[in-house]
Design a protein around this ligand. Structure first.
Ligand code: LMR
Length: 329
């Protein structure tokens, strides 16, 4: 008890001097479209907790999940208009800002999570962040979800031919559209939050998403077949408006930067595990038929889809596509 009397005032002193310049309460609205028990939902929560602690409650990050404020394309405009201060859209949806982002949508690009980190921490990640500058956006970090799988109602998807003639919901991305064109399938670009409805009404036969999104949005309840194909990557870039960022004190910027680094490291450890756990939950809770692509089957898919790299290079940028080929092979 005696000891505590001495420790306590000392703690308070250090703490006061650390917090100089953070007199006002800052509230940052963070909008995203997925459920809370997903890699992005959990990372957003973690980030808010770390920021709150580091700022001694002076900076509050308020999270609005499930697209409750804005759906995915809307949130990009909402950020520009300062209606929200942080978003983390999937990189696929940034094609409206720069077609370079399409590089991350190329099929069968990353063989595993390590390759994703290599790409995002290397030249690809760097060039993409740079492309945000012209739009006055600050890219704070890349967060990961994982790899996309196919779900469908029409029949098991084992070979590329199986998808022919089916209608799939895709994210708003030219590369994803080209992927389905290459497979002679129809694709409809739709916001994430209406995918469930579209599956339910039968407007679409299937969709592609991570296990985490398939689980948390209950797509598996509406679909008969799931193929573990890992055919595409789904990840996020955490964005703030550059002029809003510039207005923040150095100390606020530092707190946000540190919290983001901690959160990103945590997200990388969590994402793969969560997707695996949620696959087990899908198995347990439903009778969906699951097929995992064999190496031989995968080769048939890559033979069909790899010609897209050169075909789309003029749109995405040759340098980025060549970089991606190095990670792929
Ligand atoms: C989708 O639209 O399918 C995903 O981008 C949703 C998300 O943010 O993970």
């Amino acid at each position: 008890l005696l000891g505590m009397k001495y420790i306590f005032p000392h703690d308070k002193l250090v703490h006061d001097s650390e917090q100089e310049g953070l007199n006002e309460q800052i509230v940052l609205k963070f909008s995203h479209v997925v459920a809370e028990n997903t890699p992005k939902g959990l990372a957003a929560k973690k980030f808010a907790d770390i920021v709150y602690k580091k700022s001694d409650g002076k900076i509050r990050v308020e999270i609005f999940p499930n697209g409750m404020l804005y759906s995915d394309i809307e949130e990009i405009n909402a950020l520009k208009e300062n209606k929200v201060q942080i978003i983390a859209p999937s990189t696929s949806k940034l094609g409206s800002l720069s077609s370079k982002w399409g590089v991350l949508d190329l099929p069968f690009a990353f063989p595993n999570y390590e390759a994703v980190q290599k790409g995002l921490n290397g030249k690809i990640g760097h060039l993409l962040l740079q492309s945000l500058e012209k739009d006055q956006m600050k890219g704070l970090a890349y967060w990961t979800n994982g790899f996309k799988q196919f779900t469908s109602n029409k029949g098991p998807i084992i070979f590329p031919n199986d998808i022919k003639g089916q209608t799939f919901r895709i994210m708003q991305s030219q590369v994803l559209k080209s992927q389905f064109d290459q497979l002679d399938a129809k694709s409809i670009q739709q916001a994430f939050d209406i995918t469930f409805q579209s599956l339910q009404s039968g407007e679409i036969d299937g969709e592609e998403n991570t296990l985490s999104n398939i689980y948390s949005k209950k797509f598996y309840n509406l679909q008969r077949y799931l193929t573990i194909s890992n055919h595409g990557y789904l990840g996020y870039v955490v964005l703030m408006d550059q002029s809003f960022w510039n207005k923040q004190s150095e100390q606020t910027q530092q707190i946000l930067t540190e919290a983001m680094a901690e959160t990103t490291a945590w997200n990388q450890q969590q994402a793969e595990k969560l997707n695996e756990e949620q696959l087990q939950l899908i198995r347990k809770k439903s009778s969906i038929q699951i097929h995992e692509l064999t190496d031989e089957e995968r080769k048939v898919w890559t033979k069909k889809l790899y010609p897209l790299y050169d075909k789309l290079a003029p749109i995405i940028g040759k340098d980025l596509v060549e970089e991606m080929k190095k990670l792929r092979d």
